[in-house]
Design a protein around this ligand. Sequence first.
Ligand SMILES: [Zn+2]
Length: 141
Amino acid sequence: MEGSFNLLNPETYYPLRTINRDIPVPRVIALRDFDRLPQRHVRFSRTHIFMRDQYTCQYCIRELPKAQLNLDHVMPKSRGGKTSWDNVVTSCHTCNRVKGNRTPQEAHMPLNKKPKRPAGSLGLLNFKNIHHSWQNFILAD
Ligand SMILES: [Zn+2]
């Protein structure tokens, strides 16, 4: 398998330097046995919504510090909108106030993108400088 540990291919390991010699450590270790499934779903939280939306207001597309952002219910809560991955987006205070108790259509404020639950781990998705030998192992959207 591409990406598996191979001493002839230095791309698949990194050298752990010791006093006398380098010990090759695999970059990717295959999990052959486990007694619990790894956590597949990212927990719903304010911070995770911000991370998913990359701290960007989904209406005016401005990237802002956390203190200037809040959560907006696409379908307002007062009209039965759920607090869920697909109905909550990052919004700046101004857009949140302007949109008020309306849907994006009613307010003529189109969403940057349709909100949904992130596919994998937010931590891994946000980790930009990942070694290419990991590419086969990370679930993309
Ligand atoms: Zn905004």
